[in-house]
Write a protein that binds this ligand. Structure first.
Ligand code: FES
Length: 112
């Protein structure tokens, strides 16, 4: 299907998952991860107010620039300086991120 993209998600145990996400539903990456039954805490539900959806981008895709609120949240959580650190809820699922490779970060652990 043309409106499905593939994301590669490495979970906290190091297992790599290939997941599919639709581009026509207004989802963000955090929601795509949850929709595929992978664990992500995401306490604030996608409002850029918690950093518990933190991921590390491992591929070289062109992503939307950090917004002021995303940058502030990553800074507050002390993960802004980690290369590739982003809030998964602030990255829309679009064709541009097809094949995105990402790793769940420790802050995203629902067990904590
Ligand atoms: S879910 Fe809270 S910042 Fe992304």
């Amino acid at each position: 299907m043309d409106d499905l993209i593939t994301l590669y998600v490495t979970d906290l145990s190091g297992t790599r998952h290939e997941i599919q996400a639709p581009t026509d539903m207004g989802l963000n990456v955090m929601e795509a991860i949850k929709a595929n039954a992978l664990p992500v805490k995401a306490t604030c539900g996608g409002m850029a107010m918690c950093a518990t959806c933190n991921i590390i981008i491992k591929s070289s895709h062109d992503l939307p620039e950090l917004s002021e609120s995303e940058e502030g949240m990553l800074d507050e959580a002390f993960v802004l300086d980690i290369e590739g650190s982003r809030l998964s809820c602030q990255i829309p699922v679009t064709r541009d991120i097809d094949g995105l490779e990402l790793k769940m970060a420790p802050l995203s652990n629902p067990e904590d």
